[in-house]
Design a protein around this ligand. Structure first.
Ligand code: ZN
Ligand code: ZN
Length: 245
C-alpha cells in the first residue's frame, strides 16, 4: 500500500501549497482521501482522475472538499466528450446537509453515498472502515487494510479517545497536527496538537506516525519535535512525496 501526499496544509494553503488530499494505492486500486484546494492539480502528477476507484471525504469543510467543485467540471466535460463513461464514486458524511446536497446535485458526475461508523467499503484488496471524530462538523477517521498492513488517517479532530481505539495496532497513523500546544487555547479547539498526536500514536501502539494538516505559518520542526517528545517514530507529511505503508 502506498500513500502519496497531495496536500498537507489546513485550513488554507501556504504559497504553492495545497490543503488536505492523499492518494492511497494498492496494486491497481486507487482511492483519493479528501479533495481540498490544490489537490486536483497535484493528483494528476500521479494518476488521471478517471482512474480513481473512489473518493472518500473525511468531512465537508472547504479545505477538504473544495476541489470537488472544480473536478465536476472536468468530469462533466469529459462525459460529454465520451471520454468518461461512469460517475466517480464518492463517500462522505451526510452533514452539513447543504454541503452534501451540493455534491449530490451532480447526478451522473458524482455517485455519492453517505458514510457512517458502520460503513465498510472494499476496493480491490483495500478494505476501508470509519470512526467518528470530534470536530465542528461530522468527521470520520478512515482506516485502510490490505490484508497485511493497516493505515489510519484521523481527518480533522480534537482530542478524543476514539482515535486511540481506532488506531490500535496500526502500522501507520496519519494525524491532524493542526496546532502547537501553545495555540491550544481551550478544550474547544478543532484540531490535535502535535504533542497530542504523539500521545495518540503511543497509546494506540501504532508503529509509525505521520503528522499533517499544517498551519502554513508554523515552523514544521516545532511540530515534529513536539510530537517526538511523546512518540519517537514520527515524520512530517511532505507534499508530493509517496510513502510505503
Ligand atoms: Zn481541515
Ligand atoms: Zn475541518
Amino acid at each position: 500500500m502506498k500513500l502519496a501526499v497531495l496536500g498537507n496544509n489546513g485550513p488554507f494553503p501556504g504559497p504553492g501549497g495545497a490543503c488536505s488530499g492523499y492518494l492511497l494505492t494498492e496494486g491497481d486500486t486507487k482511492v483519493l482521501i479528501d479533495c481540498g484546494n490544490g489537490v486536483l492539480s497535484n493528483l494528476q502528477k500521479f494518476v488521471k482522475f478517471e482512474e480513481l476507484d473512489a473518493i472518500v471525504l473525511t468531512h465537508l469543510h472547504s479545505d477538504h472538499v473544495s476541489d470537488m467543485m472544480v473536478l465536476r467540471y472536468a468530469v462533466q466535460i469529459k462525459m460529454n466528450r465520451k471520454q468518461i463513461q461512469k460517475p466517480i464514486k464518492v463517500y462522505a458524511p451526510a452533514e452539513p446537509a447543504e454541503e452534501y446536497n451540493r455534491l449530490a446535485a451532480t447526478p451522473g458526475v458524482f455517485d455519492i453515498s453517505p458514510v457512517t461508523e458502520s460503513t465498510a467499503l472494499e476496493f480491490g484488496k483495500l478494505k476501508l472502515a470509519f470512526a467518528e471524530m470530534k470536530h465542528p462538523v461530522k468527521c470520520y477517521a478512515v482506516s485502510a487494510y490490505n490484508g497485511e498492513r493497516r493505515f489510519v488517517f484521523s481527518g480533522d479532530t480534537s482530542w478524543n479517545e476514539n482515535i486511540i481505539a481506532f488506531s490500535r495496532g496500526a502500522d501507520v497513523v496519519m494525524l491532524d497536527a493542526g496546532l502547537l500546544s501553545k495555540d491550544k487555547t481551550g478544550e474547544n479547539v478543532p484540531h490535535l496538537t502535535a504533542a497530542e498526536c504523539g500521545i495518540a500514536a503511543r497509546e494506540s501502539g501504532a508503529k509509525k506516525l505521520i503528522l499533517t494538516h499544517f498551519w502554513p505559518e508554523y515552523d514544521l520542526n516545532d511540530l515534529l519535535s513536539e510530537a517526538k517528545q511523546n512518540f519517537h517514530n514520527t515524520i512530517l507529511a511532505e507534499i508530493l512525496k509517496t510513502y510505503d505503508i
